[in-house]
Every structure is written in C-alpha cells, then in structure tokens.
Design a protein around this ligand. Structure first.
Ligand SMILES: [Zn+2]
Length: 133
C-alpha cells in the first residue's frame, strides 16, 4: 500500500503556500495532515486535494516549557478548517508572554515555519502556523 500524499509532499506544499490533504471519494470528508486512508470512514479511495487554508480556532494553550529546538513561550492551537478537519499549529502574530485573551473562535489562515534540525530529527521540519485574520 502506498501513501497517496506523503508527509514530505505535505511539507513541501506548506512551504509553497499550499495546504494539501486528502478528499475521500467514498464519504467526501477531508483528511489533513495526510494519512494512509480517510480519517472519517477509513476508506482508501482518496485523492489529493488543496484546502482553503482557512479555519477557526477551537482551543489553544501556551507552551511555557519547550522541547529541544523550540523556544518558549509559544501558542499551540487546534483550528477547525473550512473543509471540516481539525489541524494543530502554532499561533503567530501574538505575544505569548502576554496573551491572556481568549482566541477561541478567531478566524485564522494557515502558514508554515521551518524548524531547524535537532538531535531527534532526521533533518529540518516544517510546522503549521496560524495567523489571526
Ligand atoms: Zn471517507
């Protein structure tokens, strides 16, 4: 079985300003980040699709103790995308040291940030970011 959309292709898409995912031909649901099958029904008849990259924050937290390669504090949020799936990402454009306002429900646009290699990765990584609209 082959992955219809590899994580490498997903990250390359993010770097090119495109949010790629899978659209299920069985149930019509979108899956992002990519998996081997539809996250909703488990179907394998899926096609690569570009999503709008727009969504709404559903919940968030401020990370104050960061793993290696990351600099605290930073904000991690779950956003519900226009197409349905929930995506995790880092919120940009706010000062996490001072963010006390509730950003739940705020509209966001998906972006990306390149993460330098660490002792625990095979190279650079790409993180999803959310910019408040
Ligand atoms: Zn499905």
């Amino acid at each position: 079985m082959t992955y219809p959309l590899t994580h490498r292709q997903y990250y390359e898409g993010l770097k090119a300003g495109k949010l790629l995912g899978l659209k299920c031909k069985n149930c019509g649901s979108y899956t992002v980040p990519p998996k081997i099958c539809c996250a909703e029904c488990g179907g394998t008849d899926v096609e690569v699709a570009q999503l709008s990259g727009r969504g709404e924050i559903r919940t968030f937290t401020v990370i104050r103790v960061a793993p290696e390669g990351f600099k605290a504090p930073y904000i991690v949020a779950l956003a519900e995308l226009e197409e349905g799936p929930w995506l995790m990402g880092n919120v940009d454009g706010l000062d996490p040291a001072n963010t006390v306002e509730d950003i739940t429900g705020k509209k966001v646009k998906v972006g990306h940030r390149v993460i330098p290699p660490t002792n625990y990765t095979a190279g650079e990584g790409v993180a999803v970011t959310f910019l408040l609209e």
